[in-house]
Design a protein around this ligand. Sequence first.
Ligand code: C5P
Length: 404
Amino acid sequence: MTKRRRTRILLGVTGSIAAYKAAEIARYFMKRGCVVRTVISESAEKFISSLTFESLTGQPVLRSFWEETKPGAIGHIALADWADGVVVAPASADCIAKAAHGFADSPLLAILLATRAPIVFAPAMNVNMFEHPQTQENIDTLRARGVTFVDPGSGSLACGWKGRGRLADASEVYSVTMRALGPHDLIGKRVLISTGPTREAIDPVRFISNRSSGKMGVALAREAYRRGATVTLVHGPLSPSPRLPTTIHRVSITSATELREEMLRRVEDSPDIVIMAAAVADYRPAQAASEKIKKSAARRAIELEANPDILVEIGERKGGSPKPFLVGFAVETGTPEELVEEVRRKLSRKNADLMVGNLAQDSFDKDTNRVCLVPRRGDTISTDTARKSAVARKIFDLIGDLTK
Ligand code: C5P
C-alpha cells in the first residue's frame, strides 16, 4: 500500500481551563501519524505554557505576531497555507465570537481568515456561556460558512456548574477532524456493518464463541464515518470496547439470533452498503439449559443446531438489485490459493457484490490484516499485510470504484 504524506494539523489553543487538555489532543493526532504545529493565544498561555507544545510536537509555537521574525519561527500566513486542517481546541466563547465576526487581532484569528483548509472548533466553556443565544448564533454563523464543530460533552464543569461545555475528548476531536478533511465520497450514504463474534449460550454461565476481535469491522466503521457516511455498527461482545465517534450508531448483540434480527430489520430501511464482517457462530446449542449444568458425567455431548446464514438471507432479499452493495467476509485456514478458491465459491452462494477473504492466522485478534478482495465483477486483488485501518481504506476505495 502506498505511503501517504503525513497530515498537517495546526492546533489553535485558546483561553479556557481546558487548555491543558490540548496537550493530550496534540499527542493523539501525532500518535496517528499527523504533524502538529501549535498557535497559542495570550490567555491560553496563562493556563498552559507554549513550552509544553514545543516539547511535545518538536515544533516552534506561534505566540504573537511580533515574534514571527525570530529564527525558527514561522509566519501566520505560512502556517495558514501549511495546514491540511486547523483545529481550535479548546475554543473559548471569545474566540468563537471573534472568528464569527472576522476579527484578526491575534495570529490564530488571522490564520482562521487566511487558511483554505477545513476548520474544526471544539468549544469548552461554562454551560451558560455556551448556551447563550449570542454564542449559539456565532456558532451558527461559522457553521454556515463551513466550519465544523465538535459538540462539547455534558457533566461537571471546572466553573462548578453542571451541563454542556466540557471539551470533547481527544478521540472525538480527532475523528471529527478526519471526517472534515475528507474524502467525503460517502456523504449522504448509509452504511450498515456487523462485526465481532457471537456467543451461543450453553447455560447461564457458558457459551460457544470464536476468536474474532471485531477490530476489522470497527476499522470499517471508522473509515465509513471518515468518508462522510451515516454509520450503524451492530457488534457482538468486544473487549476492550472501542472508542468510536459518538455519531456512529452502535447496537450491541450477543447471539447470532439477535444479530440476525437487528440486521434484517435494518436492511429493511435500505442502507446503501451492508458489510457482514461479524464472525457468526455457525452452530448453537439446540437447547440452552436454564440452570448451570453440573459437573457430574465424565463425558457430555452438546447437541448443536445450525444458525441461519444472515448474509445469505440478506443476499436473497437483495436479489438482482444493486442496493445494498453487499460485502461478506470469509475467514479460512489453509493456503492463500485455497482461500481465494473458497472465497469465490462463497461470493456466488451468498449473492454478495464483494467478498473479503482472510486467513485466521493473519487476522484474528491482530491490528493488522492481509486480505484478498474478490468482487463479483472484476479481478481479485490481494493485499500485503497492513494495519486494519489501511485495509478498511482499500476496501472502501474498491467499493467506490465498483459502484461508480
Ligand atoms: O460461510 P462463512 O461462515 O465462511 O461465511 C462468512 C460470511 O458469512 C461472513 O460475512 C459472515 O458474517 C456471514 N455469515 C452470516 N451468518 C452465518 C455465518 C456467516 O451472515 N450464520
